[in-house]
Design a protein around this ligand. Structure first.
Ligand SMILES: Cc1cc2nc3c(=O)[nH]c(=O)nc-3n(C[C@H](O)[C@H](O)[C@H](O)COP(=O)(O)OP(=O)(O)OC[C@H]3O[C@@H](n4cnc5c(N)ncnc54)[C@H](O)[C@@H]3O)c2cc1C
Length: 420
């Protein structure tokens, strides 16, 4: 069987590996000149099994309203005339209902745990190098309200089978001594020892090398433009090769196709599944060279009070956060970067080199429920693995194994709402 995978981000490349492992011929097509330049390029770097709660939660409508009057809020949007966004927001609000939120959390938790196990297996089998740190994530709480919520979340995590240990400020410092100068800022912490962090971009490139060595064809500068529907009841992909002398379109015949195009999935999925609710939610990051390694935490941090994460990537420090509805515009807006700069200066000070900061923005492919779309489409030869939102790096390896299992007709290994 020959499968074409659309999109060379972390989801596309992990999917290519899982499919190649089953003995199928695989071609990956990627619109950009190089792989992994989309949302996984400079993300928060966390393998965050301990954050299965989707952003659509019972508190989200209040947070969204408050954010309208606070330019520094971690969530930023301005009401505008955009039908796709309005439809997505309406569906997002529905997913905030407590019962839906609980159901979505359970699905994400199941996929995250499975994904971590697959990541660990691949890492040891393939000796992948991507600045992995396996010391867990410390969730930090800097105010009483966040700490009360954090304690409730930790109890829920334990119910979901995810290890989460409540820590006093001193216990948090014992886990991460670089936090000692910040003791007065801490109300409490939750340590999720199974969590990890690592550079998703480096991981994707390293795995792409293994894919190529195993016979996967990778074609960059090749854009999926749409579908041709034939009398055999199947859909065939239309592509445009940017590097070709004539930029004309043609059909790329294959036995099957898997849509893994991040925020590009919505348009391509429309003729296959109707209005697929994958919407771009912009996020920001700063990456800084480290001058004084002992002052910068190696344990990955989530500041729950400010909704900012920080991860150590070898001799670099990555700070990420912010959710902004700004359409398909992925250019960094200096106003949205300001809270990340402020946080970084507070927690990193001059232990990092601010003269060499790399500021970046990327578009999370977000569904209203936070649950990715994995499974079949209306066409028997096309599948989707997309819409991983804020957790695509965490969920990538498990989603790849899962979609390959769906295509192979294997019984599902996790309780997850696969598209059938
Ligand atoms: C600031 C920020 C912080 C984040 N932090 C974390 C984190 O700490 N942990 C975590 O788990 N997740 C995190 N995420 C989310 C994670 O990065 C994404 O969910 C993940 O990258 C999605 O992967 P993807 O492969 O679906 O999309 P992408 O990485 O965007 O890749 C999609 C690829 O498809 C290609 N493509 C699109 N359209 C076409 C087309 N028509 N033809 C051919 N190719 C096409 C694109 O060029 C791109 O290369 C973060 C995201 C952001 C923005």
């Amino acid at each position: 069987m020959h499968l074409v995978i659309i999109g060379g981000g972390v989801i596309g490349i992990t999917t290519a590996w899982a499919c190649r492992q089953r003995g199928w011929d695989v071609t990956v097509i990627e619109a950009n000149e190089s792989l992994a330049r989309g949302a996984c390029y400079a993300n928060g770097a966390q393998i965050s099994v301990s954050h299965p709660h989707p952003w659509s939660n019972p508190q989200a409508p209040r947070i969204a309203l408050e954010s309208l009057f606070n330019p520094d809020a971690p969530f930023h949007w301005q009401p505008k005339w955009d039908c796709a966004e309005a439809r997505w927001l309406a569906r997002f609000l529905r997913e905030c209902l407590p019962e839906r939120h609980r159901r979505n959390t359970r699905a994400i938790a199941a996929l995250s745990k499975f994904s971590l196990a697959v990541l660990r297996r691949w890492r040891s089998e393939l000796a992948l190098q991507y600045d992995a740190v396996t010391r867990g994530i410390l969730h930090l709480f800097c105010d009483e309200r966040a700490w009360q919520q954090g304690k409730a979340h930790a109890a829920e995590l334990v119910e979901l089978g995810i290890r989460a240990v409540l820590c006093t400020p001193d216990e948090a410092i014992a886990i991460e001594p670089a936090l000692a100068p910040h003791r007065d800022r801490l109300f409490g912490a939750v340590h999720a020892p199974e969590d990890e962090s690592g550079d998703a971009h480096a991981f994707t490139l390293a795995l792409a090398e293994r894919c190529a060595a195993a016979g996967v064809t990778i074609r960059t500068q090749t854009v999926a433009t749409g579908w041709q529907f034939r009398a055999d009841g199947r859909a065939y992909l239309r592509i445009r090769e940017q590097a070709a002398s004539s930029a004309s379109e043609r059909t790329l015949d294959a036995d099957g196709y898997i849509l893994c195009a991040g925020v590009g999935s919505r348009a391509l999925a429309h003729p296959l599944l109707g209005d697929v609710p994958i919407h771009p939610v912009k996020g920001y990051s700063l990456t800084l060279p480290i001058c004084e390694p002992e002052r910068i935490p190696t344990v990955s941090l989530t500041d729950e009070s400010h909704r900012i994460v920080a991860s150590r990537l070898g001799n670099r420090w990555r700070i990420a956060g912010t959710a902004e509805l700004a359409g398909m515009d992925d250019r960094p807006d200096p106003a949205r970067l300001a809270p990340l700069y402020r946080w970084g200066r507070q927690w990193g000070g001059d232990a990092v080199d601010w003269s060499q900061v790399e500021a970046w923005a990327g578009l999370r492919p977000m569904t209203p429920s936070g649950v990715p779309l994995i499974g079949a489409t209306r066409y028997p030869n096309v599948w989707i693995n997309s819409g991983h939102g804020s957790l695509g790096w965490t969920l990538a390896c498990g989603s790849a194994e899962a979609i390959a299992g769906v295509i192979a007709g294997e019984p599902p290994r996790i309780a997850f709402p696969f598209l059938v």
